[in-house]
Design a binder for this molecule. Structure first.
Ligand SMILES: [Fe+2]
Length: 528
């Protein structure tokens, strides 16, 4: 537990958003923790009320032995801000808000500037920052900035023709009959069905028409053009796989064109942020066609707003580049709660903490429930709250993805790999991919030896574990390689259908109980 020292500056950052609300805390120039509220309240994609946010913020402060009186400034996102309705065009402004019973000096930041704050976590001293998603305050969806050492400035470019993720989201909602279906559509597109020129042309014509319309109008427009495809992806996915491919390819084509227009040859480095940066096919195309020097945070989408905006304020007010040890910034229960929850569980589960034993059991096709240290931030499981399972048998993909997680059979599962072994199996992406943000082409060796992690289109969304990493996770991979000759495992998020990823050990035990799993992989308790 850290206690505030005399002279420390404490920022508490809260982001309500329309979905994926989150909080973060910094002490001087260090961002020490972040929490997505869906993990605390066990409600996927929650858009928080002030009460939700106060509960989460109090929990976060108490972990560091702080109270609201210790907070110097509140940092709040302008989007979906419940404290006031403002149409201010200022990127950063100041006010005073009542929160947790105190009036606190507050910085209010516009949404895309908060996304852009992730520039500070790259190792670039200068970069083009491209933020793009389906929303933003004042209708803003695509914004470019220049990061130059400590400053981030808006880039004044004509973005009238630039495409956001809004058309993609409209199509996804239309095909699946529910919001937040973009990931499923991406998986369906990967089935790589042949797309006719007529389909491509039609999608290309519809895309710009969906750019600035509201949800209801967009859905009506799609119903008039694609009558029989409404909600079809749920009932009969194969029959709309080629449409999904056309939508994915149209988005990638337009996004790459837009970035090229701004990029030209002026900037060596790019930081991608906003929800669009979760489109791995698009990231890989930018890597292929625009620049090899790309940074994407693990929480590049709205789950990273609280961290991004606190980074902006640290740079502005403290005058230092913010520091933040991504991605394991989650908050744990107390050690007493952790031990109390574990007590007696060894009668039901086999709780393993020896990498060699864990690897042996994984090599025998057991499903591992993995709960290590502090949770990763963002939508991707990066090995701390994950199911781990051997990729050697193709059936293991179906066991974990379809039977246990009840996901659609066409959705891929990801490999986690020792970084030095990357090129044995995969080509076409960066030499390191710690946050699972790029698609790689799986070679013949991968197709033959680790078929469970190769998608139908021959790609894999790879997470690499660095050579210098001495983590428990790396030890498991290393031991697995000693036994099987292959330093790769399936790593998929520790959640069941429509649930958030787990955070606390209680939630992880609940999953193990529901699926009747025996192998519970657990490192020693880690504070905060
Ligand atoms: Fe966003």
């Amino acid at each position: 537990m850290k206690k505030r020292k005399q002279g420390n500056t404490i920022f508490l950052s809260i982001a309500f958003n329309h979905h994926d609300s989150n909080v973060a805390l910094s002490i001087d120039d260090v961002i020490v923790a972040s929490l997505e509220l869906e993990r605390l309240f066990r409600a996927k994609k929650i858009s928080a009320s002030i009460t939700h946010m106060e509960i989460a913020a109090r929990f976060l402060l108490e972990k560091f032995n702080f109270t609201i009186s210790d907070v110097d400034y509140l940092v709040v996102n302008a989007l979906n801000n419940p404290f006031e309705n403002s149409t201010s065009e200022e990127d950063i402004r100041e006010n005073e808000y009542a929160f947790l019973g105190r009036n606190i000096p507050t910085f209010i930041l516009r949404h895309h500037l908060a996304h852009a704050g992730h520039y500070y976590f790259s190792n670039f001293s200068k970069a083009l920052i491209a933020s793009c998603d389906g929303g933003g305050d004042l209708g803003e969806r695509v914004v470019y900035f220049i990061g130059d050492n400590l400053t981030i400035q808006r880039l004044l470019v004509n973005i009238d023709d630039h495409i956001s993720t809004k058309p993609y989201g409209q199509f996804a909602s239309y095909l699946y009959g529910e919001p937040f279906s973009e990931g499923k559509l991406m998986g369906l597109a990967g089935l790589s069905f042949k797309v006719s020129d007529v389909m491509l042309k039609l999608v290309s014509e519809v895309f710009p028409r969906l750019k600035n319309v509201d949800f209801v109008y967009g859905q009506t427009l799609l119903k008039n053009i694609f009558k029989s495809e409404q909600n079809l992806a749920k009932k009969d996915p194969l029959s709309c796989a080629s449409l999904a491919s056309a939508i994915q390819s149209e988005f990638v084509k337009r996004r790459v064109q837009d970035i090229k227009k701004v990029y030209r040859t002026k900037y060596e480095n790019i930081v991608l942020c906003g929800g669009s940066a979760l489109n791995l096919g698009c990231n890989s195309k930018i890597f292929e066609d625009v620049t090899k020097s790309i940074y994407i945070s693990p929480n590049c989408d709205d789950t990273g707003i609280a961290i991004g905006q606190i980074a902006i304020i640290i740079a502005k007010e403290i005058g230092k580049r913010p520091r933040c040890k991504l991605p394991y910034l989650g908050i744990n229960e107390s050690s007493q709660q952790f031990e109390l929850t574990k007590k007696g569980k060894e009668k039901i589960f086999e709780i393993e903490n020896e990498p060699q034993k864990i690897a042996m059991r994984l090599s025998q096709d057991e499903i591992g429930i993995c709960h290590i240290g502090r949770a990763e931030v963002g939508p991707r499981a990066l090995g701390h709250r994950s199911f781990l399972i051997s990729p050697l048998q193709i059936l293991n993909k179906e066991r974990i993805s379809v039977e246990i997680k009840q996901r659609e059979s066409y959705r891929p599962v990801a490999p986690i790999i020792l970084e030095e072994d990357l090129q044995l199996y995969f080509q076409g992406g960066p030499a390191r991919s710690p946050y699972m943000m790029f698609n790689y082409i799986a070679n013949e060796e991968a197709q033959e030896k680790i078929p469970a992690v190769v998608h139908t289109d021959g790609t894999s969304r790879v997470q690499t574990v660095n050579k210098d990493d001495e983590s428990f996770l790396r030890q498991i991979l290393t031991e697995f390689k000693k036994i099987t000759g292959i330093g790769v495992l399936i790593n998929t998020s520790l959640n069941l259908n429509r649930q958030p990823i787990t955070n606390f050990v209680y939630d992880t035990f609940e999953i193990a109980r529901k699926i009747n799993a025996k192998l519970f992989i657990c490192s020693r308790y880690e504070d905060i």
